[in-house]
Design a protein around this ligand. Structure first.
Ligand code: PLP
Length: 368
């Protein structure tokens, strides 16, 4: 039986404003649709926001990672260590760049990449560690910088879930050789379709990325590299610029909701991930709880009209498509356990206080 939804996980039309619609109409009437003044304007604003020298708009987040890797000179023969709990795009991008992903395990208290597992996964061919600021949280950045420095590796950031997150005042995307963002509609800053961006302070990497996203073209119809077509639309750039002024409020609202979940969820059958060291470290793209009876909890919430999702039900490397990807020689037991226990509660800026209360009451009425 299908239950009526009382608290939806996403309600993307709820954040659409007349300003967004007008921005779209303005682009349609301006008559310049791909890589134009809107894209340049957004690239400028987003690079400032991230505290880096350059931003290169791309078609989506997966492409941003691939382009970043290729622009950094990472490809065939190179290994990139990354996490087993992320969107498949993280690993697919490494494969598409022609490099070899090596999937490491997670820290069960946060869901983030485990340092010990990364150290076990490094070989003589390793060139980079690709961090994912999963669920919106950044942690241990100084330690990752040190570890990569000691091993002569590039630190890279998948920032698709961490817009505006920061550590010591330094934003996501400014710690690594590059940061890759997605502006898929459900992300913390979302477009009205696919969109992405690469940010970097490395001028050479930025120049190469700018060429790679547009066939590898360095001058009109002159190609120095075999690039791809991953250009950002004017329409999406205009929407993103219009929405940028609201991102801080949205993040604030996500944090308020998370704070209530943290203090009011009391069911003994439900566990929380470790809180961030500092408020700025977490932008709560997702609020994830864990339960040994995850599927029963999910059914219980659905029965009360509370929509939930699972991020992610299958660790990377265990899906059919990625089964041949090498993993930490000690395995990925923490990721396997996490995938069985994790559950994402609604945590989006459109939720009202009453809706948040409904979620909390629903969780607290779950008994094992
Ligand atoms: C969404 C996401 C991506 C991919 O972004 P797309 O724009 O969908 O290609 C990559 N990594 C993570 C962690 C994501 O959440």
């Amino acid at each position: 039986m299908r239950h009526p939804t009382v608290v939806p996980f996403h309600d993307l039309s709820a954040i659409l404003t007349p300003g967004d619609t007008q921005a779209a109409v303005d682009v349609a009437e301006a008559g310049w649709y791909v890589l134009g003044p809107q894209v340049q304007g957004f690239e400028h604003e987003w690079s400032e926001r991230c505290g880096v020298a350059s931003c290169i708009g791309t078609g989506n987040g997966l492409d941003a990672i691939e382009i970043g890797l290729r622009a950094a000179g990472i490809g065939p023969g190179d290994e990139v260590v990354t996490t087993s709990i992320s969107a498949a795009a993280t690993v697919l991008a490494i494969l598409r760049a022609g490099a070899r992903p090596v999937i490491a395990d997670i820290d069960p208290t946060t869901g983030l990449l485990s340092r010990e597992s990364v150290e076990r996964s490094i070989t003589s061919r390793t060139r980079a560690v690709l961090l994912v600021h999963l669920y919106g949280q950044m942690r241990g950045m100084a330690d990752w910088t040190t570890l990569c420095g000691e091993h002569g590796l590039l630190l890279l950031e998948d920032c698709a879930q961490s817009h505006d997150a920061a550590v010591s005042g330094r934003r996501a995307g400014s710690w690594g050789a590059f940061g890759a963002f997605s502006f898929y509609p459900t992300k913390n800053l979302g477009a009205l379709g696919d969109a992405g961006a690469l940010v970097t302070s490395d001028k050479r990497l930025a120049d190469r990325a700018r060429a790679l996203r547009n066939y590898g073209q360095t001058e009109r119809y002159v190609h120095d590299m075999q690039g791809l077509n991953s250009r950002l639309d004017e329409l999406q750039a205009a929407i993103l610029t219009a929405r940028l002024s609201r991102l801080a409020d949205w993040t604030q609202r996500r944090r308020e909701i998370a704070l209530r979940y943290r203090s009011e969820i009391a069911s003994s059958a439900v566990g929380l991930l470790s809180p961030p060291d500092d408020e700025e470290n977490h932008v709560y793209h997702l609020f994830v709880v864990k339960s040994p009876q995850r599927d029963a909890l999910r059914a219980h919430l659905a029965g009360l009209g509370v929509e939930t999702l699972i991020h992610y039900p299958v660790p990377l490397g265990l899906d059919k498509a990625l089964r041949d990807v090498p993993r930490d020689p000690a395995g990925i037991p923490a990721a396997i356990a996490h995938a069985e226990e994790c559950l994402s509660l609604p945590c989006a800026p459109h939720l009202s206080d009453d809706e948040v209360s409904i979620v909390i009451d629903a969780v607290n009425s779950f008994t094992s």
